[in-house]
Design a protein around this ligand. Structure first.
Ligand code: DLL
Length: 435
Protein backbone atom coordinates (compact mmCIF):
# COMPACT_ATOMS: atom_id res chain seq x y z
CA UNK A 1 0.00 0.00 0.00
CA UNK A 2 1.16 3.51 -0.74
CA UNK A 3 2.75 5.28 2.18
CA UNK A 4 0.57 8.33 1.89
CA UNK A 5 -2.78 6.90 1.06
CA UNK A 6 -4.31 7.21 4.51
CA UNK A 7 -7.70 5.47 4.24
CA UNK A 8 -8.14 5.40 8.01
CA UNK A 9 -8.24 9.21 7.81
CA UNK A 10 -9.31 9.99 4.26
CA UNK A 11 -12.12 7.41 4.23
CA UNK A 12 -13.12 7.76 7.91
CA UNK A 13 -16.80 7.84 8.83
CA UNK A 14 -18.46 11.24 9.05
CA UNK A 15 -18.92 10.64 12.79
CA UNK A 16 -15.20 10.06 13.21
CA UNK A 17 -14.30 13.16 11.20
CA UNK A 18 -16.74 15.18 13.26
CA UNK A 19 -15.25 13.84 16.51
CA UNK A 20 -11.74 14.87 15.41
CA UNK A 21 -12.98 18.29 14.43
CA UNK A 22 -14.86 18.85 17.70
CA UNK A 23 -11.88 17.93 19.82
CA UNK A 24 -9.30 19.83 17.77
CA UNK A 25 -11.43 22.95 17.45
CA UNK A 26 -11.96 23.22 21.21
CA UNK A 27 -8.21 22.85 21.80
CA UNK A 28 -7.25 25.35 19.10
CA UNK A 29 -9.67 28.00 20.32
CA UNK A 30 -8.41 27.67 23.85
CA UNK A 31 -4.82 27.88 22.70
CA UNK A 32 -5.23 31.01 20.58
CA UNK A 33 -7.26 32.67 23.34
CA UNK A 34 -4.50 31.97 25.85
CA UNK A 35 -1.56 32.80 23.58
CA UNK A 36 -2.61 35.44 21.07
CA UNK A 37 -3.71 38.83 22.30
CA UNK A 38 -5.24 39.60 18.89
CA UNK A 39 -7.65 36.64 19.16
CA UNK A 40 -8.39 37.27 22.82
CA UNK A 41 -9.43 40.85 22.05
CA UNK A 42 -11.44 39.85 19.01
CA UNK A 43 -13.28 37.17 20.97
CA UNK A 44 -13.92 39.52 23.87
CA UNK A 45 -15.35 42.10 21.48
CA UNK A 46 -17.66 39.42 20.12
CA UNK A 47 -18.59 38.38 23.68
CA UNK A 48 -17.31 34.81 23.28
CA UNK A 49 -15.10 32.84 25.66
CA UNK A 50 -13.37 29.53 24.96
CA UNK A 51 -15.97 27.82 27.18
CA UNK A 52 -18.66 28.80 24.67
CA UNK A 53 -16.96 26.62 22.07
CA UNK A 54 -17.70 22.96 22.85
CA UNK A 55 -18.03 21.59 19.31
CA UNK A 56 -18.22 22.50 15.62
CA UNK A 57 -21.86 23.50 16.24
CA UNK A 58 -20.52 26.51 18.15
CA UNK A 59 -18.16 27.64 15.40
CA UNK A 60 -20.61 30.27 14.14
CA UNK A 61 -20.24 32.14 17.45
CA UNK A 62 -16.63 33.03 16.65
CA UNK A 63 -15.82 36.20 14.71
CA UNK A 64 -14.43 36.03 11.16
CA UNK A 65 -10.84 36.81 10.35
CA UNK A 66 -9.93 38.70 7.17
CA UNK A 67 -6.82 39.38 5.12
CA UNK A 68 -6.83 42.91 6.55
CA UNK A 69 -6.63 41.46 10.06
CA UNK A 70 -3.58 39.47 8.96
CA UNK A 71 -1.98 42.55 7.45
CA UNK A 72 -2.70 44.57 10.59
CA UNK A 73 -1.11 41.84 12.70
CA UNK A 74 1.99 41.72 10.44
CA UNK A 75 4.50 40.36 11.16
CA UNK A 76 4.19 38.56 14.51
CA UNK A 77 0.75 39.55 15.82
CA UNK A 78 -0.98 36.21 15.17
CA UNK A 79 1.82 33.91 16.17
CA UNK A 80 0.44 31.21 18.48
CA UNK A 81 3.72 29.39 19.21
CA UNK A 82 7.03 30.72 20.53
CA UNK A 83 9.12 32.16 17.73
CA UNK A 84 11.93 29.82 18.74
CA UNK A 85 9.68 26.85 17.80
CA UNK A 86 9.11 28.22 14.27
CA UNK A 87 11.31 26.93 11.48
CA UNK A 88 9.92 28.56 8.32
CA UNK A 89 7.85 31.37 6.87
CA UNK A 90 6.05 31.53 3.55
CA UNK A 91 4.40 34.63 2.16
CA UNK A 92 1.85 35.78 -0.37
CA UNK A 93 2.94 37.82 -3.33
CA UNK A 94 1.76 41.37 -3.06
CA UNK A 95 2.28 44.70 -1.48
CA UNK A 96 5.69 45.26 -0.01
CA UNK A 97 5.42 45.99 3.68
CA UNK A 98 1.85 44.65 3.96
CA UNK A 99 2.48 41.13 2.90
CA UNK A 100 0.79 38.25 4.62
CA UNK A 101 3.37 36.06 6.34
CA UNK A 102 2.51 32.55 7.55
CA UNK A 103 4.66 30.76 10.13
CA UNK A 104 5.35 27.04 10.51
CA UNK A 105 6.77 24.85 13.23
CA UNK A 106 8.38 21.59 12.08
CA UNK A 107 5.13 19.85 13.04
CA UNK A 108 3.16 22.28 10.82
CA UNK A 109 5.50 21.55 7.90
CA UNK A 110 5.07 17.79 8.44
CA UNK A 111 1.28 18.08 8.35
CA UNK A 112 1.39 20.34 5.29
CA UNK A 113 3.66 17.84 3.53
CA UNK A 114 1.14 15.10 4.44
CA UNK A 115 -1.65 17.08 2.79
CA UNK A 116 0.40 17.48 -0.40
CA UNK A 117 1.41 13.81 -0.28
CA UNK A 118 -2.29 12.87 -0.19
CA UNK A 119 -2.82 15.01 -3.30
CA UNK A 120 0.02 13.28 -5.14
CA UNK A 121 -1.27 9.81 -4.20
CA UNK A 122 -4.81 10.81 -5.25
CA UNK A 123 -3.36 11.69 -8.66
CA UNK A 124 -1.88 8.19 -8.87
CA UNK A 125 1.58 8.95 -7.47
CA UNK A 126 3.72 6.24 -5.88
CA UNK A 127 7.32 5.95 -4.74
CA UNK A 128 8.22 4.83 -8.25
CA UNK A 129 7.28 8.17 -9.77
CA UNK A 130 9.48 11.03 -10.90
CA UNK A 131 7.78 14.15 -9.65
CA UNK A 132 8.66 17.28 -11.60
CA UNK A 133 7.87 20.36 -9.51
CA UNK A 134 7.90 23.62 -11.44
CA UNK A 135 5.87 25.75 -9.11
CA UNK A 136 8.02 28.61 -7.83
CA UNK A 137 10.23 27.88 -4.84
CA UNK A 138 10.93 30.54 -2.23
CA UNK A 139 8.29 32.56 -0.44
CA UNK A 140 5.54 31.13 -2.68
CA UNK A 141 4.08 27.96 -1.17
CA UNK A 142 3.69 26.02 -4.44
CA UNK A 143 7.26 24.68 -4.79
CA UNK A 144 7.98 23.92 -1.11
CA UNK A 145 4.54 22.31 -0.58
CA UNK A 146 4.60 19.87 -3.49
CA UNK A 147 8.30 19.23 -2.91
CA UNK A 148 7.58 18.15 0.67
CA UNK A 149 4.64 16.03 -0.42
CA UNK A 150 6.69 14.35 -3.12
CA UNK A 151 9.39 13.42 -0.60
CA UNK A 152 6.79 11.92 1.72
CA UNK A 153 5.37 9.76 -1.06
CA UNK A 154 8.93 8.72 -1.85
CA UNK A 155 8.95 9.95 -5.45
CA UNK A 156 12.17 11.03 -7.04
CA UNK A 157 11.67 14.79 -6.73
CA UNK A 158 12.87 17.27 -9.36
CA UNK A 159 12.90 20.69 -7.65
CA UNK A 160 12.83 22.57 -10.95
CA UNK A 161 11.10 25.77 -9.79
CA UNK A 162 9.50 27.92 -12.47
CA UNK A 163 10.84 29.27 -15.76
CA UNK A 164 13.49 28.13 -18.24
CA UNK A 165 11.16 26.06 -20.38
CA UNK A 166 14.02 24.62 -22.41
CA UNK A 167 15.59 23.10 -19.30
CA UNK A 168 12.22 21.90 -17.98
CA UNK A 169 11.61 19.92 -21.16
CA UNK A 170 15.13 18.56 -21.27
CA UNK A 171 14.89 17.21 -17.71
CA UNK A 172 11.42 15.89 -18.40
CA UNK A 173 12.74 13.87 -21.33
CA UNK A 174 16.10 12.84 -19.84
CA UNK A 175 14.83 11.87 -16.37
CA UNK A 176 11.48 10.52 -17.47
CA UNK A 177 9.25 12.75 -15.33
CA UNK A 178 5.90 11.07 -14.68
CA UNK A 179 4.08 13.65 -12.55
CA UNK A 180 4.04 17.33 -13.37
CA UNK A 181 3.26 19.96 -10.71
CA UNK A 182 2.82 23.56 -11.86
CA UNK A 183 0.19 26.19 -12.61
CA UNK A 184 -2.31 25.13 -15.29
CA UNK A 185 -1.26 27.98 -17.55
CA UNK A 186 2.37 26.87 -17.37
CA UNK A 187 1.30 23.28 -18.02
CA UNK A 188 -0.54 24.43 -21.15
CA UNK A 189 2.50 26.42 -22.22
CA UNK A 190 4.82 23.47 -21.61
CA UNK A 191 2.49 21.20 -23.60
CA UNK A 192 2.54 23.59 -26.51
CA UNK A 193 6.32 23.95 -26.34
CA UNK A 194 6.76 20.16 -26.27
CA UNK A 195 4.65 19.80 -29.42
CA UNK A 196 6.49 22.63 -31.15
CA UNK A 197 9.72 20.73 -30.59
CA UNK A 198 8.17 17.46 -31.74
CA UNK A 199 9.06 15.82 -28.42
CA UNK A 200 5.60 14.59 -27.45
CA UNK A 201 6.52 10.93 -27.91
CA UNK A 202 9.49 11.25 -25.58
CA UNK A 203 7.42 12.47 -22.64
CA UNK A 204 6.48 9.90 -19.98
CA UNK A 205 4.10 12.01 -17.92
CA UNK A 206 0.99 10.27 -16.59
CA UNK A 207 -0.54 12.89 -14.28
CA UNK A 208 -0.47 16.58 -13.51
CA UNK A 209 -1.26 18.45 -10.29
CA UNK A 210 -2.25 21.94 -11.28
CA UNK A 211 -3.52 24.80 -9.16
CA UNK A 212 -2.86 28.23 -7.66
CA UNK A 213 -5.09 29.90 -10.24
CA UNK A 214 -8.45 29.39 -11.90
CA UNK A 215 -8.60 27.17 -14.98
CA UNK A 216 -11.43 25.99 -17.16
CA UNK A 217 -12.55 22.48 -18.14
CA UNK A 218 -11.52 23.34 -21.72
CA UNK A 219 -7.99 23.98 -20.49
CA UNK A 220 -8.05 20.67 -18.65
CA UNK A 221 -9.07 18.77 -21.78
CA UNK A 222 -6.49 20.56 -23.87
CA UNK A 223 -3.64 19.78 -21.42
CA UNK A 224 -4.80 16.17 -20.94
CA UNK A 225 -4.93 15.59 -24.67
CA UNK A 226 -1.59 17.20 -25.50
CA UNK A 227 0.36 15.57 -22.65
CA UNK A 228 -1.57 12.27 -22.49
CA UNK A 229 -2.12 12.71 -18.76
CA UNK A 230 -4.88 13.06 -16.21
CA UNK A 231 -4.88 16.64 -14.98
CA UNK A 232 -5.82 17.07 -11.30
CA UNK A 233 -6.75 20.28 -9.59
CA UNK A 234 -5.19 21.30 -6.28
CA UNK A 235 -6.24 24.22 -4.10
CA UNK A 236 -4.80 26.09 -1.20
CA UNK A 237 -3.76 29.46 0.11
CA UNK A 238 -0.70 30.69 1.93
CA UNK A 239 -2.67 31.77 4.98
CA UNK A 240 -4.01 28.22 5.51
CA UNK A 241 -0.61 26.57 4.78
CA UNK A 242 -0.40 26.49 0.97
CA UNK A 243 -1.31 23.87 -1.64
CA UNK A 244 -3.02 20.72 -0.40
CA UNK A 245 -5.85 22.27 1.57
CA UNK A 246 -7.92 20.35 -0.96
CA UNK A 247 -7.20 18.20 -4.01
CA UNK A 248 -8.90 16.23 -6.72
CA UNK A 249 -9.15 12.45 -6.72
CA UNK A 250 -9.59 10.20 -9.76
CA UNK A 251 -13.25 11.23 -10.08
CA UNK A 252 -12.19 14.81 -10.95
CA UNK A 253 -15.47 16.29 -9.77
CA UNK A 254 -14.32 18.66 -7.05
CA UNK A 255 -11.57 18.75 -4.46
CA UNK A 256 -11.59 16.82 -1.17
CA UNK A 257 -10.80 19.16 1.72
CA UNK A 258 -8.42 17.69 4.30
CA UNK A 259 -11.05 17.88 6.99
CA UNK A 260 -8.92 16.39 9.74
CA UNK A 261 -6.91 19.64 9.52
CA UNK A 262 -9.35 22.25 8.26
CA UNK A 263 -13.02 22.94 8.97
CA UNK A 264 -14.72 24.44 5.92
CA UNK A 265 -17.81 26.64 5.92
CA UNK A 266 -19.53 28.46 3.08
CA UNK A 267 -21.09 31.79 3.98
CA UNK A 268 -23.11 34.51 2.34
CA UNK A 269 -20.34 37.08 1.74
CA UNK A 270 -22.70 39.98 2.44
CA UNK A 271 -24.39 38.81 5.63
CA UNK A 272 -21.94 36.24 7.01
CA UNK A 273 -24.77 33.69 7.29
CA UNK A 274 -23.58 30.08 7.07
CA UNK A 275 -25.03 28.36 3.98
CA UNK A 276 -25.99 24.69 3.59
CA UNK A 277 -24.34 22.16 1.26
CA UNK A 278 -25.02 22.90 -2.39
CA UNK A 279 -25.30 26.67 -1.99
CA UNK A 280 -22.77 28.97 -3.54
CA UNK A 281 -20.92 31.32 -1.20
CA UNK A 282 -17.58 32.37 0.24
CA UNK A 283 -15.32 29.69 1.60
CA UNK A 284 -14.19 30.10 5.22
CA UNK A 285 -11.53 27.94 6.86
CA UNK A 286 -10.61 27.17 10.44
CA UNK A 287 -7.33 25.34 10.88
CA UNK A 288 -7.47 22.92 13.78
CA UNK A 289 -4.04 21.27 13.84
CA UNK A 290 -1.66 24.18 13.28
CA UNK A 291 0.78 25.18 16.00
CA UNK A 292 2.34 28.41 14.75
CA UNK A 293 -0.37 30.08 12.70
CA UNK A 294 -3.83 28.65 13.31
CA UNK A 295 -6.51 30.78 11.67
CA UNK A 296 -10.04 30.84 12.99
CA UNK A 297 -12.86 31.40 10.51
CA UNK A 298 -10.61 32.89 7.86
CA UNK A 299 -12.52 34.41 4.93
CA UNK A 300 -10.79 33.23 1.78
CA UNK A 301 -12.88 35.42 -0.60
CA UNK A 302 -13.05 32.40 -2.90
CA UNK A 303 -16.58 31.60 -3.99
CA UNK A 304 -17.46 27.91 -4.16
CA UNK A 305 -19.96 25.18 -3.26
CA UNK A 306 -19.44 22.33 -0.79
CA UNK A 307 -20.77 18.83 -1.29
CA UNK A 308 -20.90 15.78 1.01
CA UNK A 309 -22.13 13.50 -1.80
CA UNK A 310 -20.54 10.04 -1.77
CA UNK A 311 -17.41 9.91 -3.93
CA UNK A 312 -16.53 6.87 -6.00
CA UNK A 313 -12.91 7.04 -4.78
CA UNK A 314 -14.03 6.12 -1.26
CA UNK A 315 -12.81 9.33 0.36
CA UNK A 316 -15.35 10.77 2.75
CA UNK A 317 -13.93 14.25 3.17
CA UNK A 318 -16.19 17.03 1.91
CA UNK A 319 -15.61 18.24 -1.65
CA UNK A 320 -15.44 21.84 -2.84
CA UNK A 321 -16.00 22.95 -6.39
CA UNK A 322 -13.24 24.80 -8.17
CA UNK A 323 -13.39 28.43 -7.06
CA UNK A 324 -16.22 29.96 -9.10
CA UNK A 325 -15.13 33.55 -8.55
CA UNK A 326 -13.98 35.93 -5.83
CA UNK A 327 -15.94 38.04 -3.39
CA UNK A 328 -13.28 40.74 -3.68
CA UNK A 329 -11.48 42.17 -6.68
CA UNK A 330 -8.25 40.16 -6.43
CA UNK A 331 -6.84 39.03 -9.77
CA UNK A 332 -4.37 36.21 -10.22
CA UNK A 333 -2.00 37.13 -13.04
CA UNK A 334 0.87 34.81 -13.95
CA UNK A 335 0.18 33.05 -10.66
CA UNK A 336 0.65 36.28 -8.68
CA UNK A 337 -2.13 37.79 -6.58
CA UNK A 338 -2.82 41.34 -7.73
CA UNK A 339 -5.21 43.81 -6.15
CA UNK A 340 -6.31 46.78 -8.31
CA UNK A 341 -5.78 48.96 -5.22
CA UNK A 342 -2.04 48.18 -5.37
CA UNK A 343 -1.90 49.48 -8.94
CA UNK A 344 -3.91 52.54 -7.95
CA UNK A 345 -1.48 53.27 -5.10
CA UNK A 346 1.46 53.29 -7.53
CA UNK A 347 -0.38 55.59 -9.92
CA UNK A 348 -1.35 58.01 -7.13
CA UNK A 349 2.22 58.04 -5.77
CA UNK A 350 3.42 59.17 -9.18
CA UNK A 351 0.83 61.91 -9.46
CA UNK A 352 -1.58 60.29 -11.93
CA UNK A 353 -5.33 60.82 -11.66
CA UNK A 354 -7.55 57.86 -10.76
CA UNK A 355 -8.60 57.35 -14.36
CA UNK A 356 -7.13 54.05 -15.39
CA UNK A 357 -8.11 50.65 -16.68
CA UNK A 358 -6.47 47.28 -16.11
CA UNK A 359 -6.78 44.89 -19.03
CA UNK A 360 -5.96 41.25 -18.37
CA UNK A 361 -5.82 38.65 -21.13
CA UNK A 362 -4.26 35.30 -21.88
CA UNK A 363 -2.19 34.98 -25.03
CA UNK A 364 -0.69 31.60 -25.94
CA UNK A 365 -1.39 30.35 -22.41
CA UNK A 366 0.47 33.24 -20.82
CA UNK A 367 -1.30 35.96 -18.87
CA UNK A 368 -0.82 39.52 -20.00
CA UNK A 369 -1.65 42.64 -18.03
CA UNK A 370 -1.77 46.17 -19.34
CA UNK A 371 -2.60 49.32 -17.43
CA UNK A 372 -3.91 52.23 -19.43
CA UNK A 373 -3.49 55.46 -17.51
CA UNK A 374 -4.68 58.93 -18.34
CA UNK A 375 -2.14 61.69 -18.11
CA UNK A 376 -3.18 65.00 -16.57
CA UNK A 377 -3.27 68.11 -18.81
CA UNK A 378 0.02 69.23 -17.21
CA UNK A 379 1.73 65.90 -17.96
CA UNK A 380 0.40 65.66 -21.47
CA UNK A 381 3.16 65.87 -24.03
CA UNK A 382 3.56 65.21 -27.74
CA UNK A 383 7.17 64.26 -27.17
CA UNK A 384 7.32 60.45 -27.55
CA UNK A 385 10.57 60.30 -25.56
CA UNK A 386 9.01 62.05 -22.56
CA UNK A 387 5.99 59.73 -22.63
CA UNK A 388 8.20 56.64 -22.96
CA UNK A 389 10.27 57.73 -19.95
CA UNK A 390 7.13 58.22 -17.87
CA UNK A 391 5.83 54.80 -18.93
CA UNK A 392 9.13 53.20 -17.99
CA UNK A 393 9.02 54.81 -14.53
CA UNK A 394 5.55 53.35 -13.99
CA UNK A 395 6.56 49.90 -15.25
CA UNK A 396 9.45 49.90 -12.75
CA UNK A 397 7.28 51.06 -9.85
CA UNK A 398 4.61 48.46 -10.65
CA UNK A 399 7.25 45.74 -10.89
CA UNK A 400 8.54 46.76 -7.46
CA UNK A 401 5.02 46.65 -6.00
CA UNK A 402 3.67 43.50 -7.67
CA UNK A 403 6.73 41.53 -8.68
CA UNK A 404 5.51 41.06 -12.25
CA UNK A 405 5.97 42.97 -15.48
CA UNK A 406 2.94 45.12 -16.28
CA UNK A 407 2.65 46.84 -19.64
CA UNK A 408 1.81 50.53 -19.24
CA UNK A 409 0.17 52.73 -21.84
CA UNK A 410 -0.24 56.40 -21.10
CA UNK A 411 -3.22 57.91 -22.87
CA UNK A 412 -4.35 61.49 -23.31
CA UNK A 413 -6.63 63.18 -20.78
CA UNK A 414 -10.26 61.99 -21.00
CA UNK A 415 -9.33 59.08 -23.32
CA UNK A 416 -10.74 56.40 -20.96
CA UNK A 417 -14.48 56.00 -21.33
CA UNK A 418 -16.32 57.23 -18.27
CA UNK A 419 -18.87 54.88 -16.83
CA UNK A 420 -22.26 56.13 -15.71
CA UNK A 421 -22.24 53.87 -12.69
CA UNK A 422 -19.30 52.30 -10.94
CA UNK A 423 -16.02 52.88 -12.78
CA UNK A 424 -14.94 49.81 -14.73
CA UNK A 425 -11.37 49.40 -13.56
CA UNK A 426 -10.71 45.84 -14.63
CA UNK A 427 -11.42 44.14 -17.93
CA UNK A 428 -10.54 40.46 -17.58
CA UNK A 429 -10.84 38.85 -20.98
CA UNK A 430 -9.79 35.38 -19.77
CA UNK A 431 -13.22 34.25 -18.47
CA UNK A 432 -11.59 31.73 -16.18
CA UNK A 433 -14.35 31.27 -13.67
CA UNK A 434 -17.17 29.01 -14.76
CA UNK A 435 -20.50 28.41 -13.07
O1 DLL B 1 -1.76 29.74 -4.72
C1 DLL B 1 -1.22 28.08 -3.07
C2 DLL B 1 -1.16 27.04 -4.12
C3 DLL B 1 0.05 26.71 -4.70
C4 DLL B 1 -2.31 26.33 -4.48
C5 DLL B 1 0.14 25.72 -5.65
C6 DLL B 1 -2.26 25.32 -5.42
C7 DLL B 1 -1.02 25.01 -6.01
P1 DLL B 1 -1.70 31.96 -2.72
O2 DLL B 1 -0.63 32.52 -3.59
O3 DLL B 1 -1.80 32.47 -1.33
O4 DLL B 1 -1.55 30.41 -2.56
O5 DLL B 1 -3.07 32.19 -3.48
C8 DLL B 1 -4.27 31.69 -2.94
O6 DLL B 1 -5.14 31.39 -5.16
O7 DLL B 1 -7.36 32.07 -2.47
C9 DLL B 1 -7.45 31.21 -4.76
O8 DLL B 1 -8.07 32.44 -5.09
C10 DLL B 1 -6.34 30.93 -5.75
N1 DLL B 1 -6.24 29.47 -6.01
C11 DLL B 1 -5.43 28.58 -5.40
N2 DLL B 1 -5.62 27.34 -5.94
C12 DLL B 1 -6.60 27.48 -6.88
C13 DLL B 1 -7.24 26.58 -7.77
C14 DLL B 1 -1.54 29.48 -3.57
N3 DLL B 1 -6.94 25.29 -7.82
C15 DLL B 1 -5.41 31.97 -3.89
N4 DLL B 1 -8.20 27.09 -8.58
C16 DLL B 1 -6.70 31.32 -3.44
C17 DLL B 1 -8.53 28.40 -8.56
C18 DLL B 1 -6.99 28.84 -6.92
N5 DLL B 1 -7.94 29.29 -7.75
Amino acid sequence: MERYYQPEIECASREQIRAWQDERLVKTVKRVYDNVEFYRKKMEEAGVTPDDIQSVDDLHKLPFLTKDDLRDAYPYGLLAAPLSDCVRIQSTSGTTGRRVVAFYTQHDIDLWDDCCARAIVAAGGTKDDVCHVCYGYGLFTGGPGLNGGSHKVGCLTLPMSSGNTERQIQFMVDLGSTILCCTPSYAAYLAESIWERGLQDQIKLKAGIFGAEAWTEEMRHDIEEKLHIKAHDIYGLTEISGPGVSFECSEQTGMHINEDHFIAEVINPLTGEVLPDGEKGELVFTSITKEAFPLIRYRTRDICILSHKKCSCGRTHVKMTKPLGRSDDMLIVKGVNVFPSQIETVLMNQGYPANYQIIVDRVRNTDTIEVQVEMTQEMFSDNAGVVAAREKALVDALKAMLGILVKVRLVSPKAITRSEGKAVRVIDKRNLYQG
